[in-house]
Design a protein around this ligand. Structure first.
Ligand SMILES: [Zn+2]
Ligand SMILES: [Zn+2]
Length: 249
């Protein structure tokens, strides 16, 4: 039997891993020899739609053109209950396709590249917030049964592993089913989620600095409603983060 030294062992494991998880780009499906943990090729990474400054430091919405960050009109008129919100990507192009496959085509393995890309983009900002724990935006049990998983929980597990922040999946609950926000106007979205969340275990969030996590942010009304309940239960700070957000409310 041939002797396997550590380097040939490593090569063998790499080869085995390539068979189980072929190094194919999640976006263009081309072969990438050094896929790393993301499995997204350099060309596709260069095309990802980033949220860049100038942006609103409160809700994270980017502004068109150049200049410095400043609070947007919507946040000045109606300050949200979360302290700040960030999304590293715009909800368009390849990011939109990846999130769509992740959520609606059961491609749950995409939680890894999505969460890792998000941490690359806003991990530094989140670290500065001195957070204590992660609270994923909950699904109503009827939606959970239908989909089979909560996308925010799957993303939260990856982020928890890489940040060492514990995740509380049962602190916040959705008390009634809501229409998908994507089909509604801004005013309808606010009404749709009003009173839809409750904090089950206030003692776990009181005095805490919380990372409120979801996959996509549009008007921010879901995040705002969740943050309102978390603050009512005594949360000290709520930082909302999503993988992607729309460019306009
Ligand atoms: Zn690619
Ligand atoms: Zn704003």
């Amino acid at each position: 039997m041939p002797y396997l030294d550590t380097s040939s062992c490593g090569r063998f494991l790499h080869a085995l891993l390539d068979i189980i998880l072929p190094p194919i780009c999640h976006i263009c499906h081309s072969y990438i020899p050094n896929a790393g943990t993301l499995h997204i090729c350099a060309a596709c990474r260069g095309l990802l739609p980033l949220v860049l400054s100038p942006l609103c430091p409160v809700c994270g919405i980017p502004f068109v053109g150049t200049g410095s960050d400043h609070t947007c009109g919507a946040c000045l008129a109606n300050p949200p209950h979360f302290n700040t919100a960030r999304s590293p990507f715009l909800y368009e192009g390849a990011i939109r396709d990846l999130i769509h496959s992740f959520k609606y085509s059961q491609k749950t393995h995409l939680r890894n590249p999505l969460a890792l890309l998000a941490l690359e983009g806003v991990g530094g900002f989140l670290a500065e917030q001195k957070l204590h724990l992660i609270v994923p935006v909950p699904l109503h049990r009827s939606r959970l049964r239908q989909r089979g998983f909560n996308q925010a929980v799957l993303l939260g597990r990856v982020i928890s592993r890489h940040t060492s922040l514990p995740m509380l999946t049962d602190a916040l609950a959705r008390t009634r089913p809501t229409t998908p926000q994507i089909d509604l106007s801004a005013a309808e979205r606010r009404m749709n989620v009003k009173g839809a969340f409750t904090v089950n275990r206030p003692a776990l969030v009181a005095g805490k600095r919380i990372l409120l996590l979801d996959d996509v942010m549009t008007t921010g009304s879901t995040m705002d409603e969740c943050a309102k309940e978390l603050k009512k239960a005594g949360a000290d700070v709520v930082v909302a983060a999503t993988i992607a957000r729309t460019a306009r409310p």
